[in-house]
Ligand binder design. Structure first.
Ligand code: SF4
Length: 689
């Protein structure tokens, strides 16, 4: 028989420190401890023989050197011990001390202090004492539900150092629903958690488990319960005397673990006794032999025959093992022949050496369970990502195959809400292990954690002022959402181009790849502002490179006002055609001559990049009409004189325009044969008629 000791077992940091320091103290002079130094009678007895005397009554301790044990004491006891002339050596575990400090601090600040733990445990009695005994002790969500908090009440939640992590999580979740602003501080000691995880790992790999610890030690009792849930062949002992060799008869591997208050010398005695039992029983040979499978052991098997409801497995013994359909998998199987074939090899657990029919019973499901738990625990510890198959969508989440039934709550499937969970069924997905609850056989996984991990990497690549490629996810009235690799940024419509963009669909289409500029990145608010126009230079910064005064260039009328029309030369670059520059003729109203959308030729009169202004002219693109010749003037004189008699004198500008009103520019083509309709749009042409 092989004996394996759990890698986290026996004295924890706090207990070891208290015992070591007490032994140093007693070497100088006699000391007493207020209460038993640790929860292990044999160790307390040994220390007593060395001069470390436990005293249960505080009134018995006066003018002495007194040790305060790892659990700590209430403030009043501390003060009383001092007032009685004692010299105090405080070996309260630093983790417990921290818990006391939090309790005192929040109590002083006017909070209601809640402590999750056992009210009669010395540690909790001590902590309560730092809140003038006002802290409320609860054991779980049921107790919390019974408390009626007032609206203005401030609440702080703490935990006994040996409390179960899962219980603390449940209580925290509920408290946050009741009191959104509650202060929650996880004061659970890591040593306890490590010992529990280590025992689970060992119990799943061994045929029999021995847990050593004092009968009063709550952490030892918890270790025992946890181990028993994984391996039914678990025994709780205080010392080597409690061992029974029958436990090891069929065992190939035995595991040993011990509570945080169990000294090494007791663990060593137990192991020595087990070694001796093993020799007398010839168990060593049995452990090495694979020819005679033992009940509870996991062995390699080979399928020799398969029927619909059972299969026969060669496990190297004299008889073949029977694998019943219910023992093949944790999932429902209708027909064994559909999932296993003759010649397949896999691990099986021997669950019965001989049933009522004289057959050996084996279980593939239980062997896989051990392996699966090991895998999950390792993945959890290493923060590893594992691949699992989704086999069913149920109310509230999805079920996955991890060798055992794993569950992903809907809230842990993705970072956002997923309406139809059926889309995952039959697919392999990557997950991280959230919780391994061996006591209740609950294995919670999270796909969201994997996505969040990936998103972290994406956030790291996002830097303001840089560009990044993305895919247009959704177009909306005010812009577009761009997928930057799992994180979405907003490209506002005003950032889509240097010119005015009417609709985001004029620029982008959904699914299109686009390179965008990162205007701002705020991880805390989860907001990213993007720009497309910043991917090209502002046209006003390069206007002088592209345009010169005197150039005639095409443009489009984009806006009109009383004093003129704005003409877009290119997106983001609009110039003004003053009303006086529209035509050689007088123009009363801009829209008599131009309409929005007209594509026209304009001459650049002035460029002012600093003030983002360009002055343009339409009339300067046309030859200035000639003055009428002298004879024509004379011929027209009687008519003009007649008009002069009936009309008021036109203003100077009007006069110029009138000079331009000649027959020569009134046909479709201008005086030089230029097509006015093509150049200025029909409206200007109509106006000139
Ligand atoms: S279990 Fe943790 S809190 Fe308790 S004595 Fe040990 S180290 Fe300290």
């Amino acid at each position: 028989m092989k004996i394996i000791v759990a890698n986290k077992s026996g004295f924890c940091f706090g207990v070891k420190r208290a015992v070591d320091e007490s032994e140093k103290l007693v070497a100088e002079n006699k000391v007493v401890t207020y209460g038993k130094l640790i929860h292990n009678d044999q160790e307390v007895e040994r220390l007593k023989k060395n001069g470390i005397i436990p005293k249960d009554e505080i009134t018995e301790i006066e003018n002495q050197r007194v040790i305060i044990r790892t659990h700590g004491v209430p403030k009043r006891d501390h003060d009383l011990l001092l007032s009685r002339g004692n010299e105090i050596f405080d070996y309260t575990c630093p983790f417990v001390k921290k818990l006391q400090k939090y309790a005192e601090e929040y109590f002083q600040k006017g909070f209601t202090v809640l402590i999750l733990g056992k009210a009669d445990h010395p540690e909790i009695i001590g902590v309560k004492g730092w809140t003038e005994d006002q802290a409320k002790v609860i054991e779980g969500v049921e107790d919390l539900n019974k408390i009626a908090f007032s609206e203005e009440e401030k609440v702080c939640l703490l935990a006994q150092t040996t409390e179960k992590q899962k219980n603390f999580q449940e209580v925290s979740d509920l408290l946050l629903k009741i009191k959104k602003d509650a202060i929650i501080i996880n004061t659970i000691c890591k040593a306890t958690q490590e010992r529990q995880e280590s025992v689970v790992d060992l119990a799943s790999r061994t045929d029999v488990m021995v847990i050593i610890g004092g009968k009063d030690s709550s952490n030892t009792k918890k270790l025992f319960q946890i181990s028993k849930n994984v391996n039914n062949n678990t025994y709780l002992i205080e010392n080597a005397m409690d061992l029974d060799k029958k436990w090891f008869e069929a065992a190939a591997i035995a595991g040993v673990s011990a509570g945080a208050s169990t000294p090494d010398w007791i663990i060593e005695e137990v192991i020595k006794e087990m070694e001796e039992m093993k020799e007398t029983m010839g168990m060593a040979e049995a452990a090495e032999s694979k020819k005679t499978p033992k009940k509870g052991s996991v062995v390699q098997g080979k399928v020799v025959e398969v029927e619909k409801e059972k299969a026969f497995i060669d496990v190297g013994g004299k008889t073949e093992g029977v694998l019943e359909i219910s023992e093949a998998s944790f999932r429902n199987i209708e027909d064994l022949t559909e999932v296993i074939s003759v010649g397949d090899e896999f691990s099986v657990k021997i669950i019965d050496l001989e049933n009522e029919n004289g057959e050996m019973r084996v279980s593939k499901r239980r062997a896989e369970e051990k392996e699966a738990i090991d895998k999950l625990l390792k993945a959890k510890e290493d923060g590893e990502v594992i691949s699992v198959e989704v086999y069913e969508a149920v109310k509230g989440g999805i079920l996955v195959d991890v060798g055992i039934r794993g569950f992903i709550p809907a809230s842990l499937v993705d970072v956002g809400y997923i309406e139809d969970l059926n889309q995952f069924v039959g697919k392999n997905i990557e997950v991280m292990v959230e919780e391994v609850d061996l006591e209740n056989r609950k294995y919670i996984l999270s796909r969201k954690a994997v996505i969040e991990k990936e998103l972290e990497k994406v956030w790291d690549t996002l830097e303001e002022g840089k560009s990044i490629k993305g895919i247009v996810k959704k177009l909306v009235d005010f812009g577009a959402f761009i997928d930057l690799g799992g994180i979405e940024g907003l490209l506002h419509i005003s950032e889509m181009g240097w010119g005015k963009v009417e609709k985001s669909s004029d620029v982008l289409t959904e699914g299109q790849e686009v390179e965008v500029f990162l205007l701002s990145v705020n991880k805390e608010t989860n907001k990213i502002a993007l720009s497309l126009k910043k991917m090209t230079p502002d046209p006003w910064t390069i206007v002088n490179n592209k345009y010169k005064v005197g150039d005639t260039v095409p443009g489009k009328v984009v806006r009109e006002s009383d004093f003129g029309a704005f003409v877009e030369l290119e997106p983001g670059l609009d110039g003004l055609v003053h009303i006086s520059q529209i035509s050689w003729q007088r123009v009363e109203k801009v829209n008599d001559a131009l309409k929005i959308g007209d594509e026209i030729q304009v001459k650049i009169l002035e460029i002012d990049p600093e003030n983002k202004k360009i002055n343009l002219s339409i009339k300067e693109t046309l030859p200035k009409p000639e003055r009428p010749k002298r004879e024509e003037n004379e011929a027209a004189a009687p008519k003009q004189k007649a008009e002069k008699r009936t009309s008021p004198r036109p203003p100077r500008e009007d006069k110029k325009v009138q000079e331009a009103e000649t027959e020569t520019i009134m046909d479709d083509k201008g005086p030089t044969g230029i097509n006015i309709g093509e150049l200025f749009g029909d409206k200007l042409k109509d106006f000139m008629k």
